[in-house]
Ligand binder design. Structure first.
Ligand code: ZN
Length: 102
């Protein structure tokens, strides 16, 4: 039987008691045209991304670094999920709203 643990607080998520929340994060560098007057062509834009993804599949390519595209997956317990949703990008928040340490 597969046991999942929360990627944030590390506790085991018991499927009979807790929901498990899967957070999938996909980050890619935005490739907006430098000339802002041109209407954005979504099809070309998608093609560029597609090309990058194809290059990602090529294990020999070192050209696409983590700064261009990253995909992460996290399992969260319900408590950490609620905390995550309050501050999904980890921005600075007032101390009285901060995460507790336990
Ligand atoms: Zn947790």
């Amino acid at each position: 039987m597969i046991h999942y643990s929360c990627d944030r607080c590390k506790r085991i998520i018991d499927p009979s008691e807790d929901l498990r929340y899967v957070v999938t994060m996909e980050v890619q560098a935005a490739m907006d045209p430098l000339d802002g007057d041109e209407p954005e062509d979504d099809r070309d834009h998608l093609l560029e991304i597609q090309e990058i993804l194809e290059r990602l599949d090529d294990a020999e390519s070192d050209l696409i670094g983590d700064d261009i595209y990253q995909k992460r997956r996290f399992d969260l317990c319900p408590e950490c999920y609620r905390k995550f949703m309050k501050n999904p990008i980890g921005g600075e928040i007032p101390a009285h709203l901060g995460f507790s340490q336990n």
